[in-house]
Design a protein around this ligand. Structure first.
Ligand SMILES: [Zn+2]
Length: 416
C-alpha cells in the first residue's frame, strides 16, 4: 500500500510546499515512535489505533477509523492532525502573517512540517483548538503521547513545555518509575506555547551621545564649588540594530551601525576638592558669628566716633596682617563683591538672612563671587590695604536691617 504524502516545509520566506510520494512503510520507520493517540484508553480499547497513520500498511485498521488529514510535526515530533479540508498550512501561514512587518523576516522557531496522509480519526483535532493549543499558554486541549523507550518524565515535560509534576497530576496512574513502559499513553497539557514565531528586522533610530566631562581640581575650594568653563553638549547618532522578536517580544538586539550626526562637546569645569567645615551648610546661617580673622586677634580700632567722624566697624590688625585669611563670620550668600580704588577698596558683603549681613573691606584679594553660597568659616578673602586705608587690616562690619552695629555685641575675640 502506498500513501501519497505532501510535505510542507516552513521557511523564512513562508511556506514552500514540496510534494513527494513516499512509501507509507518508510514513513512508519521514522515516525512510528512519534505516533499519537488522542484517546489514552485507546491503547487497550477496541478502537486500538492509538497511532496516527501513516503507519505500517498492515497495521491499518478498518477504513472507518482513518481519515485523510494533515499532520503536524514539530522538530520531528508528531503532534496531531486536522482534517484535510481544514487547511492547516493556511492557518500556519496566517500565523506567520500576523508578525509580518515591513522589512521583517518571519519564520517559525521550530522546524515545522505538515504531511498530508491518512490519520486515525481519533488523532484529528478541530483546527481552531489545534492552533490554540500550539500557540497559547495553559490551554485545556490535551495532547496524547505514546511513551517510547528512553523517555523520562523530564524529557517528556521538556518536549511538551510542561513540568513532571503537571504530568503526574493529569496522569495519576503513572506514579512510579516501574510503571514507565513503552506504549503507555500520557495525557499532556502544554503550559507554554509549543510553536513560536521569530521575526528579525532592522530598526533605525536616533540616539543621543552623552558628552564627557573634564574636571580640573582646585584644592583651595570646597567640594561644593563647581565652575563650568565650557558647557558640554550632547551629540547624536543614527543607529541601526538587528532586532529579533519571538512571538512579538524582543529577545535580542545586535548593533549593526552607528552613524554620527553630531559629535558631543566635552565639558570643561573646575571643581573644589577641599572638604567643607563640619556642621555647616552653605548659605544657611547658624545665627552666631565667628571671628573673621583666625590669625589676627587684635582690634586696632573700635566701633564708634573717631576723629570727628563715625567708625562703623572694627579694624583687625596685628602689624603683619597682609595676606592673612579672612573667613565668613557665618554661612550666607555673597551679596556683592566690589573692587574699588577708594573708600572700602576691595570689599564684599555676605547676607545671612533675618536682616543680618557682614561686610569685609580693604582686602587684597577676594575668593568668592556674588550669589555664591558660603560656609561659616569659609575663606572668602585675604587681608590687604586697598581703598582708603593706611595699612594692612580688615575693616569688619555687622549690619542689622542695613544699619551698622557694634560687632563686639555679636562676636568675641577667640582666646589665643
Ligand atoms: Zn575701619
Amino acid at each position: 500500500m502506498v500513501i501519497a504524502l505532501a510535505a510542507s516545509v516552513f521557511t523564512a520566506a513562508g511556506i514552500s510546499t514540496q510534494v513527494s510520494a513516499m512509501e507509507a512503510g518508510s514513513v512508519a520507520a521514522g515516525q512510528a515512535i512519534n505516533l499519537r493517540a488522542s484517546n489514552p484508553e485507546g491503547t487497550t480499547g477496541s478502537a486500538a489505533v492509538p497511532a496516527a497513520l501513516p503507519s505500517t500498511g498492515t497495521a491499518v485498521a478498518t477504513a472507518s477509523v482513518i481519515e485523510e488529514g494533515t499532520g503536524l510535526y514539530l522538530n520531528g515530533l508528531f503532534l496531531g492532525a486536522v482534517k484535510q479540508q481544514d487547511n492547516l498550512s493556511g492557518a500556519l501561514q496566517s500565523l506567520l502573517e500576523t508578525y509580518k512587518e515591513e522589512g521583517a523576516t518571519v519564520h517559525f522557531l521550530e522546524n515545522v512540517e505538515t504531511r498530508s496522509g491518512l490519520y486515525a480519526s481519533s488523532s484529528l483535532y478541530n483546527l481552531e483548538d489545534f492552533m490554540q493549543a500550539l500557540t497559547q499558554e495553559n490551554t485545556e486541549i490535551p495532547w496524547s503521547y505514546l511513551v517510547q523507550e528512553g523517555d523520562t518524565l523530564e524529557s517528556i515535560a521538556n518536549l511538551f513545555q510542561t513540568t513532571p509534576e503537571a504530568i503526574l497530576e493529569t496522569n495519576p496512574d503513572i506514579q512510579e518509575l516501574s510503571q514507565w513502559e513503552e506504549g503507555i499513553v500520557l495525557k499532556l497539557f502544554n503550559q507554554k506555547p509549543l510553536l513560536h514565531v521569530q521575526s528579525i528586522k532592522k530598526e533605525n533610530y536616533t540616539e543621543e551621545v552623552p558628552f564627557e566631562i573634564l574636571s580640573l581640581s582646585d584644592n583651595s575650594r570646597y567640594t561644593t564649588y563647581q565652575n563650568v568653563l565650557l558647557a558640554g553638549q550632547k551629540g547624536s547618532q543614527i543607529c541601526t540594530d538587528l532586532v529579533t522578536y519571538v512571538d512579538g517580544e524582543e529577545v535580542s538586539r545586535q548593533a549593526i551601525s552607528r552613524d554620527v550626526v553630531s559629535m558631543p562637546v566635552t565639558q570643561m569645569q573646575i571643581v573644589g576638592t577641599l572638604n567643607p567645615p563640619d556642621g555647616s551648610t552653605p548659605g544657611e546661617a547658624s545665627g552666631t558669628f565667628t571671628w573673621p580673622t583666625p590669625s589676627i586677634l587684635t582690634v586696632s580700632s573700635e566701633f564708634g566716633s573717631r576723629w570727628g567722624t563715625f567708625h562703623a566697624g572694627l579694624d583687625l590688625s596685628n602689624g603683619s596682617s597682609y595676606g592673612e585669611t579672612i573667613i565668613a563670620a557665618d554661612a550666607g550668600t555673597v551679596k556683592y563683591v566690589k573692587k574699588d580704588n577708594y573708600g572700602y577698596g576691595y570689599h564684599l558683603e555676605i547676607d545671612h538672612g533675618n536682616g543680618m549681613s557682614t561686610l569685609y573691606a580693604h582686602t587684597s584679594e577676594i575668593l568668592v563671587n556674588p550669589g555664591e553660597k558660603v560656609f561659616k568659616g569659609q575663606p572668602i578673602a585675604y587681608v590687604g590695604s586697598t581703598g582708603d586705608s593706611t595699612g594692612a587690616h580688615l575693616h569688619f562690619e555687622i549690619h542689622v536691617d542695613g544699619t551698622a552695629v557694634n560687632p563686639r555685641e555679636y562676636v568675641e575675640v577667640p582666646s589665643a
